[in-house]
Write a protein that binds this ligand. Sequence first.
Ligand SMILES: C[S@@+](CC[C@H](N)C(=O)[O-])C[C@H]1O[C@@H](n2cnc3c(N)ncnc32)[C@H](O)[C@@H]1O
Length: 268
Amino acid sequence: MKDLWIAGLGIQTAAQVTREVEEAIRASREVLYLDTGVATRPFLEGLCPRVTSLYEQSYSEERPRVGAYQHMAACVIEAALDHPPVTFAIHGHPLVAVHAPFLVLELAKALDLRVAVLPGISGIDTILADLRIDPVVHGVQMYEATDLLLRRRPLQPDVPAIVWQIGPLETCLHSMRVSRPERFARFIAHLRQFYPARHEVSAIYCSPHPLLPPTILRFALEDMGEHAAEIHTGFTLYVPPSGSRPVHDWELLSKIDSVEHLRSITRG
Ligand SMILES: C[S@@+](CC[C@H](N)C(=O)[O-])C[C@H]1O[C@@H](n2cnc3c(N)ncnc32)[C@H](O)[C@@H]1O
């Protein structure tokens, strides 16, 4: 038995909730959730007698997001100590680009609470499906947009790139304000070191509801600022490769279809 589940709700709540997540919520005495989907509350209320939204009570406009994460973690731990088991249910996958669950895991460990993490369908899954990408063929590089700039992380132009959180670029404060084109200037300049100005990229917001299509904005890298007003906090940037990497290991290439080579590296 668990005291606490940290569970993912998927990108399309209700439609993408896994059976194990649904079972955890049914078995919980309270579900505390972080998801702004319109169907989320009624869906959770059908499964659990006590449903608490953490979003409105945690975030304040122009205040550091880290304060919200601490508040959420405190609420979840308090509930798990007071009336276990409880579920902390989070949009997408619960450990992808969310800090509060990691605070909860640390506190739970210190307090000897029994915790399980249940995965959910993440933005990465729906992006791959909507853009028809196999991340294994050429690999994939993924970064958080502001972190990319802070550390001046290099990009490999022959590997597909997925950049998270382009909407809240250059701030750790919570804000629902609409971006100006200037917000993307530093970001474009950084990517321009690795990609041509006219390289076509896609800002994507995968559909939050089965009846709605995804929103995909395609534009040349240097024109990203023109879409500033449309790029809200739910968008991710996909940068396709601008070139390919040639094979270097010709000796290995000559062996990968060889039975003799296969036998030399296997038993039986
Ligand atoms: C706070 S993170 C949460 C991610 C979430 N836990 C997940 O597993 O996808 C929010 C970021 O995830 C990405 N994201 C969330 N929902 C998305 C969607 N519907 N389509 C595309 N990207 C999404 C965006 O980069 C957004 O800025």
